[in-house]
Design a protein around this ligand. Structure first.
Ligand code: NAD
Length: 270
């Protein structure tokens, strides 16, 4: 199936690892020009080289088709500056992956007012800021795809991830509201809600759980997979394939959705 993505320009945030990197790699394989940002310069440079190599087959040499810059998504001015460079060097942003590191773990008694504010800035404010940068141009040109990475926490609270349980639904509210606004102009806005996937984010949760409970790594993982009907963690590439489909020309009639990829973990029929 031709996804109709060749030549499109994509901005992928939090792209040095995990879902962001897997999505950037797949987009390059589909012939997109890809801009990546994340916090750490060194890891991001290696990720960008990997993404460039993934696009070699389509482009026969990717020089000039990949851009990257170390930008923290909480820094709106730096994001705006990078987006302007991307539009200058690669072309108008057609595809946007709204993604960031997750807010820290913790329950109600663990979180200070400062933690709540920092969580809001990381998860909600950055999503709003990214949409403000990309959406007006997409609507003016009559095509665009925005996909936000949220979490199954949108549908079912996850133990000890209170910030995520509270703040991710706000991003879903943003997605649904913007989708109404954007749909008449050929722009779709969706969210993907991943369950437990084998990325470094989950490695950090495993380490924290081992420290808190004294359980072994195998016991911690089994504690999760025991409640996942698929009986395993997901892979970043599986979520990336869903994201890239939602960004494709083929997915033009899907908007305002929260698409869950959790191996069946959420206990709800809808
Ligand atoms: P990951 O740890 O593998 O990668 C995180 C990426 O985010 C890295 O590239 C890092 O540099 C970047 N990053 C972190 N904070 C940033 C910031 N402030 N500005 C810019 N870049 C930043 O994580 P992942 O598994 O790919 O997770 C991505 C998102 O999905 C996170 O919000 C995570 O909480 C959420 N999520 C993950 C899972 C899972 O099981 N992996 C499940 C549900 C939700």
């Amino acid at each position: 199936m031709d996804l109709g993505l060749k030549g499109r320009t994509a901005l992928v945030t939090a792209a040095s690892r995990g879902f962001g990197l897997a999505t950037a790699r797949l987009l390059a394989q589909e012939g997109c020009k890809v801009a990546l940002c994340a916090r750490g310069e060194q890891e991001l440079a290696a990720a960008a080289a990997e993404v460039g190599a993934a696009g070699e087959e389509v482009w026969g040499g990717c020089g000039g088709r990949v851009r990257y810059r170390a930008v923290d998504v909480r820094d709106g001015a730096a994001l705006a500056d990078f987006a302007a460079e991307v539009e200058r060097e690669l072309g108008p942003i057609d595809l946007l992956l709204v993604n960031a590191g997750g807010p820290p773990a913790g329950g109600f008694d663990d979180l200070s007012p400062a933690d709540w504010e920092a969580g809001y800035r990381l998860t909600v404010e950055s999503a709003v800021g990214l949409c403000r940068l990309a959406l007006p141009g997409m609507m003016a040109r009559g095509f665009g795809r925005i996909v936000a990475v949220t979490s199954v926490a949108v549908l079912q609270p996850v133990d000890n991830l209170l910030l995520s349980n509270v703040l991710r639904p706000a991003v879903q509210g943003l997605v649904k509201s913007l989708s109404d606004h954007a749909a008449p102009r050929g722009v779709t806005v969706n969210a993907v809600a991943p369950g437990f996937h084998a990325t470094s984010a989950v490695e950090r949760l495993i380490t924290a759980k081992i420290a808190a409970t004294g359980c072994s790594r195998e016991e911690v993982i089994a504690g999760w997979t025991g409640s996942i009907p698929a009986g395993r963690l997901g892979e970043a590439e599986e979520l990336a394939a869903l994201i890239v489909f939602l960004m494709s020309a083929r997915a033009g009639y899907i908007t305002g959705q929260c698409v869950v990829a959790d191996g069946g973990w959420v206990r709800g029929a809808f």
